[in-house]
Design a protein around this ligand. Structure first.
Ligand code: THU
Length: 161
């Protein structure tokens, strides 16, 4: 028997003020895009905005449904748009923010399990890491250099070869 270990590191900033101009702009856009969420059931509005390697900006927001499992997270709406509008163009950075009807948006949220799987597939497909910028409407910001580091031992396309 032997043990293995999985580690990843990420940066924690005290607030958006500490980010570069471009990262702060992306996070502010993600904050604004929360307004486009259709989230009448959860009251949890998520916005995602990405900068692509060709310079284009693509946004997504969560889109819920009366049949709850049909709902889509902001991240996967963004990935589907990016892939449809600009197929095979790498995503450099994706900012994700949120606001809840119940109030408080003072810490980062990170992508759900299904979105981690989708982000991982996208990275693999275009062979480029997706840098995540995670932050609420205020408070700390996390920058994660590579989305797939959030999904260790992932099931990938390699298994199907
Ligand atoms: N949601 C996202 O859009 N992204 C996440 O990273 C977490 C959750 C959405 C799904 C659902 O519409 C609502 O937030 C509450 O779970």
């Amino acid at each position: 028997m032997k043990k293995d270990e999985y580690k990843f590191s990420f940066d924690i900033y005290d607030s958006i003020e500490e980010l570069t101009e471009e990262d702060a702009w992306l996070l502010n856009e993600a904050r604004e895009v929360t307004e486009n969420a259709y989230a009448p059931y959860s009251g949890f509005h998520v916005g995602a905005v990405a900068k692509l390697a060709n310079g284009e900006i693509v946004a997504g927001s969560n889109q819920e449904n009366a049949s709850f499992p049909v709902g889509l997270c902001a991240e996967r709406v963004l990935l589907a748009s990016a892939s449809s509008l600009y197929p095979n163009v790498p995503i450099e950075s994706m900012a994700i923010s949120y606001q809840a009807d119940t109030g408080g948006s003072d810490h980062p949220i990170s992508p759900c399990g299904i979105c981690r799987q989708s982000l991982q597939e996208y990275e693999g497909r275009v062979k480029h890491p997706i840098r995540l910028i995670l932050g609420g409407m205020e408070g700390k910001v996390y920058i994660i250099p590579k989305a797939s580091s959030l999904l260790p031992l992932a099931f990938t396309s390699e298994e199907l070869k």
